[in-house]
Design a protein around this ligand. Structure first.
Ligand code: PLP
Length: 385
């Protein structure tokens, strides 16, 4: 009888796994072979070769990721940026134009403004909260709309359903970076997104020991993106596939803990007199809170905030915390703290950061799996110094 696989937690463990088990191995073995015996394939992209993203370690991940987000297909890539760039180079080929939410991950922003013009691609940024204004950005060559589930680092939640509807009305591809939500909190295909992208480096892997990316969505689009990725060479190594696979098995328990802990810390920070502003969509004070409640099953483990005393106070505070490690990235088991102006968003000019609302004083906290009480005590001591 076929295995009963319904809930997300069951999918994480069993979807896409080989049947029968390979040599009886309960954990997926690593196929550390660059090439595989020729099997009569007629398409170049079907040859079995690591760069073509189709070893057994890739295929199990593709099936699991697609099942997790209730989508038709998935593809892993060598990094989140490899997934994002291969997707956009495919969708915007031949001088396409993109409408993008105005506050996105710094690396994505830099790709849009630095690399796009060199390849004849164009971007216009829009306010993700104001769908009525998006129409003005439409051009004859507009091919796609791009949003983030929760924006990095301000945790804004754009009108995601409006983005899907706008794309459908105007013949565009709807693309979302779902890294911050993870499939546990949000499955974009369920509300009609064509493509969902991930930095697998973050929650999907969760252990801060690899870089990886993923593209999940409509089969024809994913196949086209695979062809681009095959040519660009941004494949994921089988050993990294194995680590991503292993990490994903605990995704649900990790993310649910992080949802709970970040909300507790956000509530605590919000009532602290030295903290004038906290950005976390799970807080009633967040301007997109109601929308986030409608869309998401949880609000993720990342929050950002400002301190009384500005940048100097933020620096002092970051020097004094003892549990959070000062490092870019997020979504791992360790709590990380950073000022995005100096790390994830340092490629943007000060004027671009100011336009996007990312001040030098903004602190971003990625809540890990430590005890929330220990974290709160640590933050309290650092704030009172
Ligand atoms: N998307 C988001 C939301 C990110 O935060 C990041 C990295 O921080 C990326 C994409 C890029 O991912 P990677 O570093 O795996 O290339």
């Amino acid at each position: 009888m076929a295995r009963l696989i319904k809930g997300l937690d069951t999918k994480l463990i069993h979807s896409g796994e080989p049947e029968p088990l390979i040599g009886g191995a309960v954990a997926m073995p690593i196929f550390q072979s660059s090439t595989f015996e020729y099997g009569g394939q007629t398409s170049y992209h079907d040859l079995r070769y690591i760069r073509l993203n189709n070893t057994p370690n890739h295929l199990v991940l593709h099936a699991k990721l697609a099942a997790l987000e209730s989508a038709e297909a998935a593809l892993v890539a060598g990094s989140g940026m490899a997934a994002i760039s291969a997707t956009l180079f495919t969708v915007l080929a031949s001088g396409g134009h993109l409408i993008a939410q105005d506050c996105v991950y710094g690396g994505t922003h830099d790709l849009f403004v630095e690399d796009f013009p060199r390849y004849g691609m164009e971007v216009d940024f829009v306010d993700g909260d104001e769908p009525a204004t998006w129409r003005q950005a439409l051009r004859p060559n507009t091919k796609a709309i791009y949003v983030e589930a929760m924006s990095n680092p301000l945790l804004q939640v754009s009108d995601l359903q409006a983005a899907v509807d706008f794309a459908a009305e105007n013949g565009l591809v709807s693309i979302i970076d779902n890294t911050f939500a993870s499939p546990i909190n949000f499955r974009p295909a369920e509300i009609g997104f064509d493509l969902s992208l991930h930095s697998g480096t973050k929650y999907l892997n969760g252990h801060t020991d690899i870089v990886a990316g993923a593209v999940i969505g409509r089969a024809q689009l994913v196949d086209n993106i695979k062809h681009t990725l095959d040519h660009l060479g941004g494949s994921l190594d089988p050993h990294a596939c194995f680590l991503l696979h292993r990490g994903m098995k605990t995704l649900a328990v990790r993310v649910r803990h992080q949802n709970e802990s970040a909300l507790k810390i956000g509530r605590w920070l919000e009532q602290h007199p030295a903290v004038p502003r906290v950005n976390y969509p799970g807080l009633e004070s967040h301007s997109n809170h109601l929308r986030a409640c409608e869309l998401f099953d949880g609000f993720g483990g990342v929050l950002s905030f400002e301190l009384e005393g500005g940048t100097e106070a933020a620096r002092r505070f970051m020097d004094r915390v003892t549990i959070p490690i000062s490092a870019p990235s997020l979504g791992g088991v360790e709590t990380l703290i950073t000022r995005p102006a100096t790390t994830s968003h340092s490629g943007m000019s000060p004027a671009e950061r100011e336009r996007a609302g990312i001040g030098d004083e903004l602190v971003r906290l990625s809540v890990g799996l430590e005890s929330s009480d220990d974290l709160i005590e640590d933050l309290e001591t650092a704030l009172s110094g």
